[in-house]
Structures are given as C-alpha cells and as structure tokens.
Design a protein around this ligand. Structure first.
Ligand code: ZN
Length: 388
C-alpha cells in the first residue's frame, strides 16, 4: 500500500529534479524562436580581394542560384563573407577590392547582389591581423614565404587566419582596445564606401572575436554576428580555437544588443560532402523549427585553392534541386532579413502559437545530450508528449 504512494511521489521528485537541474537550457530552448517554414541559407566565406578567377566563379554561382526559386518566387540566396583587401608583398601597402586590378571580382559581386542572389556580409579588411603575420614571418620560413606572395589566405597556418586575436606567438594575446576600435572603424567604413551601406552582418574570421570587438562592431552599425553556436576568443598554445563557453542560440543577444545566428551545418564539396547530407541537415533543422545555415567556402569553387569548380557547382545545383523537391514550403532569405524577422517577432516567419512552439520545444529538449536520455528513460518526455 505504501508503495502505491511512494513510487509516484518518487517519480514526481525525479521529474522535478530533472527539470530544475536543466532549467537554464530548457528555458533558453523555449525562448529560441521557432520558424514557421524550412529555411535554407548557403553561407560562403572568404570571397573578395584575391585571385581574379573568383569573378568567373561568382558569375557561375549567381547563374546557379538564379535557377532556383522558393515557393514565393524568391531566388536562392548565398551570403558572401567578404575580405576587403590583400597586403602587397612584404606587407608594403595593400590592394583593395575597389582597386582596378580587382574590379572584375567587385563587378561580379555587385551583379549577383543586383539579381538578389548574393547578400553581403563582412569577414574583415584582411583575413588575419597584419602585425601577427609579420611577427610570425620573422621565425617561420613558411610564413615569410607566404608574405612574398600574399594572395591566398587559406594557405596561412590556421591560427594566423584569425583576425581578432594576436596569434603571432602562441598562446595568442588580446589586441589593445584602441587597436580594435581603429581596425573595426577602418573596415566598416571601407565596406560602406564599396557597397553603399555599413555591414549589418559580420562573420568573424575563424569564429574568434571578443566582447571588445563586438562592441566596436555594434558602434559601427553591425546588428548580427554569425556564430558556430559558441564564442571563441583566442588560440591556445597549440593554436587551437579556444574560449568557447556557454551555448549560443539563434536570436540571443550579446551585452551590446547584437543578435547572434547559429551556423553549424556544412556543405564543403572539397571535403566530400554530398548534396543529400546537406538536405538531411535541412530536414533536421526544419524539424526543430530552426533555419539551416550551411557553411561553405570559396575554395570549393576555385581551382587555385585546390577546389574542383565544376564538381562543386554540380553538387550545389543538385542540393538545391533536392531541397526544393523535398521541402515545397522552403524559403530562401538573407541572414540580415532573418535577424530582422526575429527582432520584430514577425509572425510570417516566427511561430506565434504556444501549442506549436511547445511541440517544437519538446523535440529540441529531446536533443539535449544528457537531459534527453534521462527524460526518455524516466518517462518524462513520453508523458510531456501527450500534451503536445
Ligand atoms: Zn574565413
């Protein structure tokens, strides 16, 4: 007879404990916006100042994107994270995207933008911190050789491709605040000069940035930062990205009010990623009421960086065909527009029904690594699902 009472009470205590222990993650998942339709954004980094063969690749990409429209007739959107300049040999001056020798690249970017298939995001003035590369070149022959013909930043050692930490020696050290303010002001002004408006969205090179950098971006008009779901702040003694703490979710805001979006799916044909895998990522995100931001890089589409342009373009084409076939309500949009929809809680994009949000929330909490398992084993999730 006693068991009849103690067992349910013990279960209730266990369920309450589970909910209490994970309350922060559970409430963060509740606050995270639920999107009303499947959303696909291909995010392509590292375009801009560099080899002029990019112009042809960008024209081909724009043609490919223009062939695919969502249910509302909008063409596929690829965001381009742009590098605005390259150093001259030995860091003696620089060539920007606006200079005559880079004009064909800038023209291809602007033409795609005009067709509505490219949305521009800031990656950085350079894809590195010049003083860090100069310092490393003093002791590393490979870096010194790179500096003699500094065209492809992809070939720099990975830690030197970070801009917002001084990785000239490892572990990296933070830049002085005034240096950050000066550099951010310079690159955002140059972006505005080239494209008419300051950047709304920033993709931190190698996803390393600090709160000081974020505050400088915000002061310059940046409203959204693309993140991998965490903030990395420096390179450790082995050169690995470090400093990631709490999980970042779509729509969360930093201390200065900048919005975060999460990009944690990948489509890099150069690594053998198949169109079906990208569409599976989209399916998973749609199930969880999240947009699918697929990371890719220019190197897939350039022979000079080891890519296979024709194969990569065919893979992209096949991916869009499959995505549109499998998701008739699919939407194409830019990250800036997506962030705006979150900011104003636009009912066209953001689910307003509490019941529908609860259903999606249950799916999301089931994916929390330990909570999901514990909640399934105790029967808590199956019981909550009865209310969905
Ligand atoms: Zn990059």
């Amino acid at each position: 007879m006693t068991l009849l009472y103690t067992l349910p009470l013990a279960w209730l205590a266990l369920a309450a404990a589970l909910l209490f222990i994970w309350r922060k993650q559970l409430s963060a998942l509740w606050r995270e916006p639920v999107f009303t339709a499947p959303i696909l954004i291909v995010e392509s980094d590292d375009w801009g100042a560099g080899p002029v063969s990019q112009a042809e690749a960008l024209i081909n990409l724009a043609d490919c994107l223009s062939r695919h429209h969502d249910a509302r007739g909008r063409p596929a959107v690829m965001t381009l994270a742009l590098v605005l300049a390259l150093p001259k040999a030995g860091m003696a001056g620089r060539v920007t995207l606006a200079d005559a020798e880079q004009q064909s690249i800038l023209a291809a970017i602007n033409a795609g933008r005009k067709r509505g298939v490219f949305a521009l995001q800031l990656h950085g003035l350079f894809h590195f911190w010049p003083d860090a590369v100069t310092a490393a070149a003093r002791t590393q022959a490979g870096v010194a050789a790179w500096l003699e013909a500094p065209v492809l930043t992809e070939t720099l050692p990975s830690h030197l491709q970070s801009r917002w930490t001084d990785a000239g020696t490892l572990p990296s050290r933070p830049h002085a605040a005034e240096e950050i303010v000066r550099a951010v002001a310079e690159e955002t002004a140059l972006f505005a000069e080239m494209f008419g408006d300051p950047p709304e969205v920033v993709v931190p090179p190698t996803f390393i940035w600090t709160d000081t950098v974020e505050a400088a971006w915000a002061a310059a008009g940046v409203r959204t930062i693309i993140t991998p779901g965490q903030q990395l702040t420096h390179r450790d003694s082995e050169g690995r990205p470090s400093g990631g703490g709490r999980a970042i979710r779509n729509g969360e805001q930093g201390t200065v009010g900048v919005f975060y979006l999460v990009r944690d799916d990948y489509f890099e044909p150069i690594f053998g990623h198949q169109p079906e895998q990208a569409v599976a990522s989209l399916a998973n995100k749609a199930l969880l009421g999240r947009p699918c931001l697929l990371e890719t890089h220019r190197w897939n589409f350039l022979a000079s960086t080891g890519g296979q342009p024709a194969a990569a373009m065919a893979a992209l084409e096949a991916m869009y065909i499959a995505a549109r076939r499998d998701f008739p309500t699919l939407r194409f949009v830019s990250c800036a527009e997506l962030a705006l929809a979150i900011r104003v809680n636009d009912p066209d994009w953001i689910e307003q029904s509490a019941r529908r949000r609860f259903t999606i929330w249950l799916r999301r909490v089931a994916t929390l690594p330990r909570f999901g398992k514990a909640a399934r084993m105790t029967g808590l999730l199956p019981i909550l699902n009865l209310f969905a």
